[in-house]
Design a protein around this ligand. Sequence first.
Ligand code: ATP
Ligand code: MG
Length: 463
Amino acid sequence: MKRTLYQIAQMCGGTLLRDQDSELNINGVYTDSRKTVEGRLFVPLAGERFDGHEYAAECLAAGAAGIMWQNDHGTPPEGPVILVEDTLLALQELSAAYLRESGASVVAITGSNGKTTTKDMVYSLLSTTFKVHKTQGNFNNHIGLPLTILDMPQDTQIAILEMGMSGRHEIERLAEIARPDVAVITNIGEAHLLQLGSREEIARAKLEIVSGLKNDGLLIYNGDDSLADRVLAEPSTKKPKEFKRFTFGMNQTNNDFPTGITNHAGGMIFTSVSLGEEAMQIPLIGQHNVINSLAALAVARHYGVSHDDMHKGLAEVKLTGMRIEVMKGVSGITVLNDAYNASPTAMKAAVDALSGLAGYERKAAVLGDMLELGPREEELHEEIGHYLTPAKLDLVFTYGSLSSNIAKGALRNMPSHAVHAFEDKAALIAHLKATMTPRDVVLVKASRGMKLEEVANALINEP
Ligand code: ATP
Ligand code: MG
């Protein structure tokens, strides 16, 4: 973003303290006082442990082109300062104004699982034809989203924005800032059950994205779950006067669903109703990634991406790390590193992906705790255990105290010699190294907090 300090003050509803600074050029904003400052505007945010205002003077000294300052924080340091009521709100307003001025079309993606994956796919598909900008990594919250927008080059044609949440009215605010032309809901799962209490509330939280949808916009959503339609029909759901709907998923009632899926080395080939006879190839495994592809293809179709470019875009998609990444190192053992996060829906999807693989002697799953599931957490872990059968996999290793319930549940269908519960990571790693061979494949999955990538890395890296 390139604007003068005066323009920025206008855009965010703030007041420029000194007239002499009006024409100062600003080349973007930043909120982390430790990051580079070159010609940028520092926006101090008050966090739980730190308050950016304490570093504002340092930032100016280090070369920041200017700073924002929140009214109630006393006297700002001497220099180019924009005074605002609330720095976070001002940051959000600034990003909203910049996005409107740019004229870029907006694709917003939310859902319980698969947001980042779908975003990466949409990016790969649309970048064949348009100048696009996307959320980096997982910058998907009330701070990450505005920063993503403000990092967008001026000539961007389509902004692809991931929207995350942990409670009600968060997506609503993000959608208000972004005003999407196309909104995607990947699915409605159980992630954040703890904070939201019920799946209805999770669905309502996701569907808040529709409140910001432009009139005549397009909502692309997973129709496998009737919850979405029910919530959409609720009078309290805020929505534009007119909008189009397109559903995708496994069910044949959806506008698009897969008609054939086959595994091939390192990826999958699929056909769908919308694609007709024509098969698409993705360098990813897991049926859930076919479903994510259907959502991404619906976005590409909306923007008129050609068939050839759809092929190219999907075949070349590059995902952000640890999303069921196929890893192989010096040990020769194949590891499916899905340690980025976990919820029941995601864990079942990963087990399905493992079970769909061919050419391995044994299929093993290392499953760790799924966090933040609320009062039913033990039961939800046990249900994952019930989901495991000898037809799907050969060995189950659990890690963590909640996951001992997975082991317990697994005994319903799996023989006891195939189920091993661990509480100690080093012991788990030692056991896996002693028993797994290069003919085996090992899925590794748990919530982020369990740091199971340590297991994945140890398994591939050392003999
Ligand atoms: P976060 O809430 O952390 O931003 P996210 O929604 O962006 O997560 P991804 O990072 O794309 O999700 O994927 C995280 C994990 O969710 C993957 O590793 C995979 O196991 C699972 N997953 C991805 N897509 C789906 C899907 N459509 N259905 C079920 N599980 C999925
Ligand atoms: Mg994400």
